[in-house]
Design a protein around this ligand. Structure first.
Ligand SMILES: Cc1cc2nc3c(=O)[nH]c(=O)nc-3n(C[C@H](O)[C@H](O)[C@H](O)COP(=O)(O)OP(=O)(O)OC[C@H]3O[C@@H](n4cnc5c(N)ncnc54)[C@H](O)[C@@H]3O)c2cc1C
Length: 238
């Protein structure tokens, strides 16, 4: 499958292409499916960083359909990793549910990066949902001494089950998805002013749907005065 104009643009950014091979698949919960892969040599070339993600090329009615997925348990020595798919209607999820050992899929690495906040914040503020759950686990593991408050938007009761939290360090607020994500922004607008402290020392990590990510970024930067370089925000879906 060619990668169309998106693939051509990525080439201009020196993107790297790899072929992954499925080694197995399992259902982790009712709403999460895991697919295990060998990496086609990727991890030795790219290295690994927290919240690392790849652009996987799924087919959609014969056309290339590129979607971001986060590496879970990447092992550069073994050349293996997993992808955990939060279930909803869509070509990526359909592919994951049907994936069988031996089949291959193409992926491009471009745009994934991570810079730890310097200085470390007294507390991190994290906003996400099932799509960013693998990235949240990776983020929290990368900063094991930083307390964090996590607002986790849920569409199903068991969405947060795979979060790996440290009870002494992490506070979890479960926020049911309502008003197309608007409810999460309202909750943050109520809670954050009392928690944020000195905005110059704050650090927020945001990976929700497009609308909530935009609303939360605006709240943090414009209303609460958190500097741009202390807000790491990216929409994970729309
Ligand atoms: C950097 C990055 C890392 C990501 N990592 C992961 C990951 O590790 N695991 C993961 O599950 N997702 C992850 N995502 C999100 C994933 O790429 C999107 O959810 C993507 O839209 C799924 O593609 P699809 O082909 O299944 O559905 P699409 O064709 O994009 O959408 C089909 C329908 O599903 C809806 N939809 C799409 N995503 C969601 C969702 N998450 N929840 C509810 N409805 C949705 C759309 O609005 C649309 O109506 C990541 C995204 C980014 C940008």
């Amino acid at each position: 499958m060619g990668h169309g104009w998106e693939g051509a643009v990525l080439k201009l950014f020196r993107a790297k292409d790899f072929t992954f091979t499925v080694t197995g698949a399992e259902r982790l919960t009712e709403h999460f499916a895991r697919v295990r892969f060998t990496d086609g040599g990727m991890l030795k070339v790219t290295g690994v960083h927290p919240t690392m993600w790849v652009r996987v090329w799924f087919a959609n009615a014969g056309r290339p359909h590129q979607r971001g997925y986060t590496l879970v348990d990447p092992d550069p020595e073994a050349g293996t990793f997993n992808l955990d798919f939060a279930m909803h209607d869509g070509p990526a999820c359909e592919w994951a549910l049907a994936a069988e050992a031996g089949e291959t899929i193409e992926a491009t690495v471009q745009g994934s990066a991570f810079t730890a906040p310097d200085p470390l914040p007294p507390r991190m503020f994290v906003f996400g949902d099932a799509a960013s759950l693998p990235a949240i686990n990776s983020l929290l593991a990368a900063m094991p001494d930083v307390p964090a408050t996590i607002w986790f938007e849920t569409a199903h009761d068991d969405d947060s089950r795979l979060l790996v939290l440290d009870a002494g360090l992490h506070r979890l607020n479960l926020v049911p998805r309502k008003e197309a994500g608007g409810h999460l922004v309202t909750e943050a607008r109520t809670a954050l002013p009392g928690l944020i402290g000195d905005p110059r020392e704050a650090y927020a990590w945001v990976a929700c749907d497009f609308k909530s990510t935009r609303g939360l970024t605006s709240l943090l930067r414009k209303d609460l005065g958190v500097p741009k370089h202390r807000v790491n925000a990216m929409a994970y879906w729309r």
